[in-house]
Ligand binder design. Structure first.
Ligand code: F0G
Length: 359
């Protein structure tokens, strides 16, 4: 009998700090598709590109991989409530996994700066949502303080249990490709994800499953690019709200990921992000939220500047689903709202509008 994917803890039990008897809080996360994108390979001038489509996780982003491990560990420790600071996706994920665990969730989000798709998820999963008059960095500072001084359990990626779950994305890439890619790129915000991929690939190398590390590339939005500046950005700004972060928590881990893999950091403008967001929808058939197009946009920019390292196999993680933040798809390149035409309910009227000739 065919069996259903069991979520990352059970699928990778021997490679995670869990025993078979530990509580597992899962919504079946992981096992996301690795989708070949020949149009993007052509655009970048590389052998092949595969998109790791993390929008296919239960709450629509890669956060679920780390949330299953963080909330399971919280459950084992008897936690009653979890707290997370978030630009949206972490809050959606924390809220859903808290429900599954029978816990309360508290989420702190920057006021007015998270997409309504993500906000609706946190509301749907009955999180206590507070809109903080500040940015993500303020939210994280407060969440850390609360978790140290009050009975709430922090499930941001500064909690090492999160990275354990998130590293399974590297395992899945290697399981499918049978090797490491030459280069692996992703958007870079608070820097948990690139740190987790690095951890996962290092374990694959140590186990002899891959022969060499992929070069890891983290791409930021120009208005929110502390890794390019070399120090925190006080007032980060970008339409890519998921990565609107000025003071990344996993700074040192991300620097190590870059240095130890001969990888790189890059930054792209909001315009370049939106261009790639459209390209992925229209040429690869993969609908992502704008922030999630940042990795691909960064590689495109490098290729145009002649600075993209030679690579036969490229993986790009697209981190969240397009339905999270769909407004951008409903605007044309000059920002005008796209409204499908209305038509009378007859085949003739529809054929006329489509310019079809009768057979
Ligand atoms: N892409 C998306 C869609 C995200 O939501 C995030 C982070 C990132 C990329 C960046 O990943 O922080 O590990 O470098 N979102 C967090 C949140 C901050 O609160 O949902 P990172």
């Amino acid at each position: 009998m065919a069996h259903q994917w069991r979520g990352v803890i059970r699928e990778y039990l021997d490679r995670l700090p869990f025993e078979a008897s530990d509580p597992v809080v899962t919504l079946g996360e992981g096992g996301t598709p690795l989708i070949e994108a020949p149009a993007l390979a052509k655009l970048l001038g590389v052998g092949s590109v595969h998109l790791k489509f993390e929008g296919m996780n239960p709450t629509g982003s890669f956060k679920d991989r780390g949330m299953t491990t963080a909330v399971s560990k919280a459950k084992a420790k008897g936690a009653q409530a979890v707290i997370a600071a978030s630009t949206g996706n972490t809050s959606a994920s924390a809220a859903a996994y808290a429900v599954k665990a029978g816990m309360q969730s508290v989420v702190l989000v920057p006021a007015g700066k998270i997409s309504w798709g993500k906000l609706s998820q946190a509301v749907a999963h009955k999180a206590q949502i507070l809109q903080v008059k500040g940015n993500f960095d303020d939210c994280l500072r407060i969440a850390r303080d609360l978790s140290e001084n009050y009975p709430v359990f922090l499930v941001n990626s500064v909690n090492p249990d999160r990275l354990q779950g998130q590293k399974t994305a590297s395992f899945e890439v290697v399981d499918v490709l049978g090797q490491a890619p030459d280069l692996h790129a992703m958007p870079l915000g608070n820097a948990g994800n690139i740190s987790a991929y690095h951890l996962g690939y290092k374990e694959e190398l140590a186990e002899g499953r891959i022969k060499a590390m992929p070069r890891l590339f983290g791409i930021q939005a120009e208005g929110s690019a502390p890794f390019i500046k070399g120090s925190p950005v006080e007032k980060p700004e970008t339409i890519a709200t998921a990565i609107r972060i000025g003071n990344p928590a996993s700074w040192d881990l991300a620097q190590a990921a870059k240095a130890e893999t001969q990888g790189g950091f890059g930054a792209v403008s909001d315009r370049e992000i939106l261009w790639m967001h459209r390209f992925l929808s229209q040429e690869a058939g993969v609908f992502v939220e704008p922030s999630s197009a940042t990795g691909a946009a960064g590689l495109y920019k490098l290729s145009q500047q002649g600075e993209l390292p030679k690579a036969d196999t490229v993986v790009i993680t697209v981190t969240g689903h397009g339905l999270k933040d769909p407004d951008w798809a409903l605007k044309d390149q000059s920002g005008r709202k796209i409204k499908p035409k209305r038509v009378s309910a007859t085949a003739g009227a529809v054929a006329d509008l489509l310019g079809l000739e009768r057979k």
